[in-house]
Write a protein that binds this ligand. Sequence first.
Ligand code: ATP
Length: 357
Amino acid sequence: MAKEKKGIRLEHISKIYKDPKTKQDFYAVHDVSLNIEPGSFATLLGPSGCGKTTILRMIAGFESPDEGEIYLGDEAINALTPNKRDTAMVFQSYALLPHYNIFDNVSYGLKLRKMDKETIKKKVTDILGLVGLEGMEARMTNQLSGGQQQRVALARALVLEPGVLLFDEPLSNLDAKLRVTMRTEIRRIQQEAGITAVYVTHDQSEAMAISDKVIIMEKGVMAQMGTPQEIYYHPNSEFVADFIGEANFLKGKLKSVSGGVGHFDIAGGSADIQADGHAAGGEYTLVLRPEAAVVADSGQLPCKVVLSCFMGSYQNYHVMVGDALVRITDFNPKNKKIYKEGDQAFVKFDPSSVHIL
Ligand code: ATP
């Protein structure tokens, strides 16, 4: 449906704003370079104020970078106004015309382009089918549910057949259950339309569920970009590990390495962990995900249970490994031995699940 899939390239992009309080200039976005493949779904993820919306607005042309160049396909687009860029934005607030029906809202941009009536009708009908609103042309937009309004907003952007679709936290006004439904829908529609999408959210599960690539932002700087699996299993910093999912951080001393396997001393215990490229003698931070470990009668790290709580699908443990608190989610505990507060036990894990920072 889209004319042409276009990739996006950011080369050393920076944006400087003036802090309204201190009147000092600061980098809201600093030296960000990245490449979004044509037809892929990329999500900008990070805490409030990290610069993700600013990046999206620079791609759309609502803001211009102070440094660097943005490319859409092969074209440098810094100098183009938003309406000259082959992009369309879906907003958090939907920005629908309230006293008009769905047809008028979706066809608005096509009418501005002076398309003939028959073509407009066909395009609107096709797009409403794609977003699951077939036959609803005559419904007024102020009589729609939040989810339906979001679909209209999406249809209105898609009908213009942009090379790139931009989303600014499009689901934040919806309740939790509808968010989950709509994110799946957005992903389906993006794939069916075969369009490049850039999506802003601060919700990590949303980002994981819909993205080909996740771009983690921290204070204006790109902390990491990768597939959800790369980011989850191979975070490059404590910030990323902590932001995506839950993480335990253990300090380990690498005593020796042989055949790529490192022998670590960790708070009264020891573990052999794949340690290619790491030097013996160093202190490292090890990332252990709560679901990658269990509490057991034997294992790598002696521990003391300080919390044991039944959560239905899992047993939630907090254990002390030396003076480090380690959280463990032991799934499907029905027929397993349950440890109580005060028990001495071991943390047991598959060494391939541990990531060395
Ligand atoms: P949120 O999730 O809260 O929307 P964000 O990651 O999208 O956050 P941005 O909106 O990109 O963050 O803002 C990045 C930084 O730039 C913030 O510190 C914000 O206060 C600041 N900022 C944004 N727009 C302006 C502006 N027009 N003038 C001055 N500072 C701005």
